[in-house]
Design a protein. Sequence first.
Length: 158
Amino acid sequence: MNEKQASSSLTRRSALWAAGALVLSGNSLLFSQAWASPEVEKALEGLIGSKRPEVSPRLKLHLPEYAYDGTRVPFSVEVEYPMTESDYVRQVHVLSERNPFPRIATFHFTPRSGRAFARTRIRLAMSQNVIVVAELSDGSVLTTSKWIEVTLNGCKED
């Protein structure tokens, strides 16, 4: 291998490593026009209007990295936020990037909820980003997403 070949393979290797690190970080460039489907954008507009969500580490999305069967994927979400009368999480919306219908669930909270936490099982059609959007009582919006690999379609019609 000559010096020119070694230089280009090192660059390729570095680029692949960087791309892998970005994917594994779990914080995608959410709502960039590069990947958001029109269906997800429309669903978000219907839920939060023209507000722009802020990517936040206070929003904890728990999904397995891989799901063999997309019909029963364990899911939980928690928002680390005070739940006082004047400052609380109002709603948490769950959306899918590639399901036939992007809206998966909406969870409603009040200060009396004690904490903003929900656990359930969701259906996923294929490998995709699952997007969580939290609306706060002050009108601000937080978001996060996570990629999950799905082997069997959980949204097929029989």
